[in-house]
Ligand binder design. Structure first.
Ligand SMILES: Nc1ncnc2c1ncn2[C@@H]1O[C@H](COP(=O)(O)OP(=O)(O)OP(=O)(O)O)[C@@H](O)[C@H]1O
Ligand SMILES: [Mg+2]
Length: 448
């Protein structure tokens, strides 16, 4: 028997919340009621992070669906069901209570049932664009409306499926996202063609969220540089171009660290990227609890091509052991594809803990870039290869333009990859204990 877990909001007593809506938010909430826009097939809201898109879209969608329809099915979609629950369903429950509706949650079939005092009762099914099961399930359903939160993080095939299910008369699509590259399908198919597709396009800036304090805005402002600043703060659909880590400033982030300073760190880590024909790069990173920084203090770099000789796993184990033996290493993170080297390092017990790193390239880059922007990473001057690669590791503009996805050039990336492994596997996962919980909450919304 299916386990039934129901949560029911208190419909009799609408709760008092301090909502402060901006004109753009009000447009997103009530456009379907205005004679000029009522015939639109849907709406797409894009723009800066934390600018109030999701809250306004959720308000509008719930009011439109509940007041217009009775006995219909709707889809609530996020990148994954989990991310939807985290980012949208929580605020949605507050909104439902604020509107005086009733919500019953049926966890076993990812459904919420929402009703109002006019006796309208509708089903809202949760789907994740990146969840395989959701892709199959959405194919078999007839919908009166779809809400796609963070639509630019979903595969185009899923968005097509969701659109194809909108067969009830008066059905509409409600979408929102942060900008990506200019050739991304959301930009070229929906935003650029909003008139042809009969969509309302609403562009959000940080100033459209009246609930954001100056302090909060300044905090968001500091997190990004380069392409990510243009996308997430300025709200531009711009190409990933130039340096990947444009937030690395050699003037202020490189230090001389020889002598007793080397021993002042609270914890030491190793991170490594492995190549056979490509270089193998290993970094030693010290975490300073005093400054709250992650200092790259030593490196190992072997380029088979430059040295005209490939090393065996045993030779690498000897080299890496020599580097690691100089520091009390707490844990190491290695390129997950370096299976044979990892086995050899484990067999030789070079590190007390050796983990396979998380190799999610784009999210790892975004997070590492955030740490640079906030001045959380510093590099010792003797790490010449890392300093060189940080200043040459670049986006592949041609491929990014062609595919609509962000693509990096796979050159000068070895020490950068090692650093990313450390940041995204150690710092991201243990962010709270490093006092970086706030950043992760923001990075998480970007797609993890
Ligand atoms: N009208 C409002 N009144 C009070 N608080 C609001 C209002 N609009 C948004 N907020 C708050 O501001 C924050 C950001 O809002 P929201 O999640 O809607 O932004 P977003 O543009 O979807 O952000 P992201 O791009 O990061 O997903 C949330 O904490 C939300 O509760
Ligand atoms: Mg949002």
């Amino acid at each position: 028997m299916a386990i039934r877990k129901a949560w029911q909001s208190n419909a009799q007593q609408p709760i008092k919340m301090e909502w402060k809506f901006s004109p753009k938010q009000l447009l997103l909430m009530y456009w379907y009621k205005t004679p000029r826009l009522a015939s639109c097939a849907g709406v797409i809201a894009d723009g800066a992070v934390r600018s109030g898109k999701t809250i306004a879209l959720t308000f509008g969608f719930l009011m439109w669906a509940t007041e217009t329809f009775n006995g219909q099915n709707f889809a609530l979609c996020g990148k994954t069901i989990k991310s939807f629950e985290r980012n949208v369903l929580g605020p949605m429950k507050l909104i439902v209570r604020y509107l005086g509706y009733t919500l019953i949650e049926r966890k076993h079939d990812n459904r919420v049932i929402i009703s109002n005092s006019d006796g309208h009762v509708n089903n809202f099914f949760l789907f994740g664009g990146n969840d395989e099961k959701s892709q199959d399930l959405i194919q078999g359903i007839t919908l009166a409306g779809v809400l796609l939160d963070e639509v630019a993080l979903m595969p185009e095939s899923f968005v097509n499926q969701a659109l194809a299910r909108l067969s009830v008369t008066g059905a509409k699509i409600w979408m929102n996202c942060n900008p990506e590259g200019p050739s991304h399908f959301v930009k070229t198919r929906f935003i650029d063609k909003y008139q042809e597709k009969q969509l309302l396009h609403v562009h959000f800036q940080l100033s459209d969220n009246l609930a954001l304090s100056e302090e909060r805005r300044a905090f968001y402002d500091k997190q990004w540089t380069g392409v990510f600043y243009r996308r997430y703060i300025l709200g531009e659909w711009c190409l990933a171009s130039g340096l990947v880590f444009s937030s690395f400033n050699p003037q202020t982030m490189v230090f001389d660290n020889l002598g007793p300073d080397l021993w002042r760190y609270s914890a030491y880590y190793v991170a490594g990227d492995y190549g056979t024909t490509n270089p193998t790069a290993v970094l030693v990173i010290g975490y300073s609890a005093d400054t709250g920084t992650f200092d790259v203090i030593d490196e190992y770099y072997w380029s088979s091509k430059a040295m005209e000789r490939q090393k065996t796993d045993d030779e690498y184990v000897a080299d890496i052991s020599a580097l690691a033996s100089k520091y009390p290493i707490k844990a190491a993170y290695f390129d997950p594809s370096a299976a044979s080297l990892i086995t050899a390092l484990r067999k030789a017990r070079v590190f007390p803990r050796l983990w396979l790193a998380n190799n999610d390239v784009l999210n790892g880059i975004r997070f590492t870039g955030m740490l640079f922007s906030l001045g959380k990473i510093r590099v010792a001057s003797r790490c010449k290869n890392l300093i060189r690669e940080l200043q040459s590791y670049s986006w592949d503009e041609e491929k990014s333009e062609k595919t609509g996805e962000d693509v990096v050039l796979k050159i000068n990336d070895h020490t950068c990859d090692a650093l990313r492994y450390f940041c995204y596997s150690e710092v991201y996962v243990k962010a709270k204990s490093y006092g970086l919980g706030n950043i992760v909450a923001l990075a998480g919304r970007m797609g993890t």
